[in-house]
Each structure stands twice: as C-alpha cells, then as structure tokens.
Write a new protein. Sequence first.
Length: 347
Amino acid sequence: MKKNFDFSSMSAVEAGYRRRQRKSTVITLVLAVLVLMLAAFMMLYGNTIYTPRQVWDALNEVEGSAVFTVKTLRLPRMLTAILAGFAFGMAGNTFQQLLGNPLASPDIIGVTSGASVAAVFGILVLKLPGSVVSLLAVASGLLVSCLIYLLAQGGGFSNARLILTGIGMQAFLNAIVSWLLLKASEYDVASALRWLSGSLNGVKLENVSLLAVVVIAASCMIFLLDKQLAMLQMGESHAVTLGVKSKMVRLALILLSLLLVAFATSVTGPIASVAFLAGPIAARLCGGGRTNMLASALVGSVLVLASDLIGQFALPSRYPVGVVTGILGAPYLIFLLLRMNKKSETV
C-alpha cells in the first residue's frame, strides 16, 4: 500500500514537472515570435512605410531610395534593440536569481551608474567622440562593479550587503553626474542628457557587431552555468553538497552579467527598468521554481522593441526608449516596495 502511494506521488510530481516544462517552452516560443514580429514592424514602419519586398531589396542593394533608411537607420536600431534588451533582461534576471532579491537588478544596485559617470565625463569634460565614450563607459562600468563587489566582501559575501553597497554607490555616482551637468555648458548638456535617457538614436552597424559578439558569448556562458545557478537557489550547503563550487560560480555569473550590462549601456545608454522588469515578467508568465533565463532575455528584447515603437510613433512627441521603459518600471517598483513592506509587517 505504501509503495503504491509513493509511486502515485512520484507520478504526480513528474506529470506536474512536465506540464510546467511544456508551459515554459510554449511561452518562450511565443516570446521569440513576438520579438520577430516587433522587429519586422520596426523595419517596415516609420515616416515612410515599406513593403516586405522593398525592405528585402533594400537590404540586398547598395543604392536606392530605401537603402539609407533601411540599412543605415532602421536595421542598426532594430538589432540594437534586440541585443540590448536581451542583455539587460538576462543580466537583471541573473542578479535577481543569484541574490534572491527582486531589487537586485543593475539599475538598482548602481552598476549602470558607473558607466553613466564615465560617459558624461567624457562628453562634457573631455569632449570625446561617441566611440571613445562607449569604450570609456564599458571600462568604468566594469571597474565600479568590481569595486561594489569588493566592498560587499567585508566579513564574507552577503547578498544584502551587496545590494546596500550598490544602492549607496548609485546615489554617490548620480550626485557626481548631477554636479557635472550643472557645471557644463548648455550645448554639451543636451548631448549628455540624450545619452543618459537611454536611446537608440544614432546607433551604427559597427556598434552592433561588437555588442552582438559580447551578448552571444556571455549569454552562452550564462546558459552553461544555469544548472549551477538553480542549485545555488536551493541554498549554499545544498549546492556545495551537489558539487557546485559556489564562490567560483557566483563570481562568474556576476562578472558575465556585468559584462552584458556594461556593453549594452555603452551603446544605448542606461535604458531604465528593463533589467528590473524582465525577470519578474518572465516568472509570472512561465511560473516560478526555475531560472527562466531565456524567457527573461526575450522579455527584455520585447520591452525595448515595444517601448521604442511607442516612444517613436504612439505619443504626441517622440521620446527616447529609456523614457518609456522608465515610466513602465516606476509603478512596478512602488508596488514591489509596498508588497515587501507589507510582508515584513505581517512577519
């Protein structure tokens, strides 16, 4: 009797697991199709509306009325939206899963602020060209991220200490950005503010190629560590028992996520809330109890593509993509803080 009970319980657990797995697979495929549909719409629609045949011809021609619009303006914008959204979504979800806190996104803990300070300093003080500003932003973002990680090591690694250190660093770096903007001339401030708002305007194909290499390489490595991340979520002792080198895996995941954020930010600027929203949305769609890494990355791409289309065509004036994503993220942050506060009061 007991054996029959155990067997039926195992069958129910296995059936539930397969059902959740199928749901996650279907949702991920739907998100991938949605990314392709939004990307196609971005290529077809604009001040001039082209047919799919015209877009295809423009991509294969050197000269023509549609070549400049399609190849120089729309194609780099579309590819950057997909890659940057993918990078922000995956990095944000990795932080949240690794640290077990929905506030642990690169936006909140100060990672993007490091790149922002360097970019604003390069634009306003050093008068550097865009390509050099991007490299400076990458280097600064990684440097500040490593500094945050080292400061959080005092007395042993702590998730809460890392988040609090990041929030403090973000406040400090944002104050420096504000001071630089106040001291700069009016002409230079406009270009700095365009970068800080998070924008796809003026992106070139040469920026896309390097971003694509970094996103593909870092994403593949994160996928390879996905099982170890799932084990770490069960607790440090369980993960070590199962043979996971917790310190090495945690450090590798953090560095890979920082690499994604730094390179994406260097191309587009700090697109607000994408890293913060992608993971929770994917978890809501696919269900909890899994890392939802690919789904979160695709949600990030959908958010950037859709927000850019909304900012360009659905509002009375044109707004950078970061303004639209910031508007989407603010209510969720307030809701999350209220819910966390309510839980703490209940406990």
